[in-house]
Every structure is written in structure tokens, then in C-alpha cells.
Design a protein around this ligand. Sequence first.
Ligand code: ZN
Length: 341
Amino acid sequence: MATDLDKTFNESVEKLSMAADTAALETWYRETLGKKGSITLLARQIGKLPAEDRPQFGQQLNQVKKNLQEAFERRETAVKTAELEAKLAGDAIDVTMPGRTRLRGGLHIITKTMRDIYRIFGDMGFQIYRSPDVETDKYNFELLNFPPHHPARDMQDSFYTTTPDVILRTHTSGGQIRAMHEYYPEPVRVIVPGMCYRNEQITARSEIQFTQVEGLVVGHHITFADLKGTLTEFAHRMYGPQRQTRFRASYFPFTEPSAEMDVSCFLCDGDGCQVCKYTGWLEILGCGMVHPNVLRNGGYDPQIYFGFAFGIGPERIAMLKYGIDDIRQFWSNDLRFLRQF
Ligand SMILES: [Zn+2]
């Protein structure tokens, strides 16, 4: 019987080496180590042996079973690995594997606000005019009627470059002169959007960089009524048609007369609240009729041409519209803030 055991063991090992897939392995197991397998059948015959031979045969049998079991497990691992490799090579895309999520970006709140402003003025026939971020003193101040040593320059302390008289623009108003030089003698109807830079103490209300949308209209029959109509339409489109507007006299070197425009507070509807400082009004922009000196500097004869100009701060517009109380949030790159819009 020991010879039978050896023979069965050798045959089984050979058969196992030929089992090339999971189904063949299952068959092999059933036929060898299963309830009716060849080894199991041999084990049942142990009773036919003389009593003194039984322990030795039992030991041999257990060793054979153990060896076969281990050989089976090794073969099984090898076959399964080969099967998985073949499968992966066969289908390049495994639809059952979990996907990689893609990070989603979004538009910055100021970009969105700028686009709202473009859309409103675009509908009224304005075109977008780009002027450089780095500007000469001449375009940023002089031609806009800020002579050297004019006190209004104090409010716009700039960043200077190493080239004399070349600065980072403190407003996009310089684009007024550039647009006039480019379009003379045609009428002008442009908005000039972009980043501005001022040497300021950074606080909740002031930043060293911020955006501005300057507007300029020049033509033959432009009056203050055109200014009021255009800017009131802007306020209604931006904050809702029920908003009231008012113009207060102000001063800017490049407009005469100059005004600031307020809208009735949309939080308290004019009753007075913390945001409007209990006045019922919110200041949203500065404006005025283009100063004759500025028209002249742009190449237009102020006896024949008239114009109006305005300057809008998108940060201020967004702060009022969305109730943001600190201007530093816009450029602090805090995703918790940015994701809210
Ligand atoms: Zn209010």
C-alpha cells in the first residue's frame, strides 16, 4: 500500500502541474483531496493493513496530504495571478476599478462681478478698452488734470519702478486718454477694466491692489442727463429695478462737475442699518462730466465735444452685493471664502 501511495502522489503532482486554469484546479482538488478523491480512498483502506503497519502508513499518508495541499495552494496562486494579468492586458479599461476624481475650479468672485459689469455696459453699447498696468506719470496723472504737486495726488500714492516717471497705475483712468488718442475724432464709448495699485496701509477697507472699471463717453451732445440715465440703468441692472439712486456733489480733478452716486440700501430698503451706517444709502461709484482740460489732452475740442466719465470699484460692488465685510478676503487665496460664490 505504501507503493500505491507513492504512485498516487507522483501522479497527482504531475496532474497538478498541468492544471492551467481555475476550473482545472477545482477538478484536480475534487479528484485528489476531495471526499471521493484518490488520497481519501487510499486512507479508507487503512483498516485492511495489519495493526502494526497502520501508524507508519498513517504518518506517510498525512505527510502526502500535507505536501499535496501545499502544492495545490502554490499552483492556485500562480494560476490566479496569470489569469489576472491576462485579463488586465486584454481589457485596457477596467470599468470596475474606482475612478479618479477631478478637482473642479471656479471663477473668482471679482471675475464674476467684472463680467456682470461688462454685460450691463455691453448691452448699452460700450466696448472694453484695455490699457497697460504699468503707466507713465503723464497718463496716470498729468493728462488727467493732476499737475505735479496737486494735492489730489496724495490720495493715490503709487508704486514706482526703477525707470523715472514709470509707475504701477493707481486707477484705470489713464485709459481715458489712451482711448481718446486712439479714436479721435470718432465718438468714444468705452469701459476700461483692470487691476490698480496703491501704496496703502492694508486694512479691512483698503488693499494695495484692487480692480477698477473706468467708463468714458465722448460725443457731440453728451449731457449730465446721459450720465444719470446710463448710471441709473447700471444700478438697476446690478441691484434690482426698485433701487433708488441719488447723486451727491463731489470733487475729482478730471471731471467738472463731479458727483458720487448712491443707491438706496438694499439690505434695509432705506430704513437704515449697519451696512449703510443708518443713512439708508450706499455709495457705489464716482462720476462727472469730463473736464475740458482732459478733453483737450485727449485731442478733442471742448467747445465742440462733451463727455462723461465714471469709475466703479468691483470689490466694493461685490462687498455690498454679497455682504463681504473685509476687502482682504479677495486676494488672500482662502478656498473656504472663495468656494462660497
Ligand atoms: Zn441699510
